[in-house]
Design a protein around this ligand. Sequence first.
Ligand code: TMP
Length: 210
Amino acid sequence: MITVKNGLLISVEGIDGCGKSTFIKNLQRKLQEHNVDHIITKEPGGSPLGKLLRQIILTKEVPLCSKSEYLLFAADRAQHIEQIIKPALIDNKVIVSDRMGDSSIVYQGYARGLDIDMIKTINAWATNGTVPDIIFYLNIDVPTAFKRIYERKEELTSFEREHEDFMYKVKKGFDELFNNKDNVVKLDAHQTPDTLAQQAIEVILQKAKK
Ligand code: TMP
């Protein structure tokens, strides 16, 4: 069994419809094939509290102003770190999280217009400064992402129901935030699921060896 001393924290980021779910499913298969001790988790919704918060945030059955929306993500994040991420790091596991704090910087900061420095400060406080060792950024163009969302035929989340210009702001935010960051691995999300998972597992195995 491959373990990593003090764990390895990985987040997967990208705009809605970039193919994160399929990517993570395929990556999990590769992690199993290579006998890597790992967990798969997500924000929002990785902890029991997070599951309740995810329902509130993504259905928007009650109105949420931008600040409340962000603070619910931050509450989910604090609980996720404390209850799920920290113990798994101590257990020397590889952790793959479907989104983390960078999503708030982009969605609530760049796209909704909240103060980005304030989000960074609260994120750092909520997580005790825990940041991913690797960020896989699934890069895709907005029209292809929308096509994928509509082809899924599932009920749309509150974010997927936003106007198209919101998603262009999100895309621009990710591109700017992830430009020239050491821990970001940018993947072309138009490639086949297997190619993407293969590229990712190679990065993980390389990092795990160090
Ligand atoms: P997903 O888990 O299917 O990606 O859905 C989560 C949605 O929540 C997605 O549209 C992105 C959004 N989101 C934020 O706006 N801010 C955040 O901090 C996080 C984690 C997600």
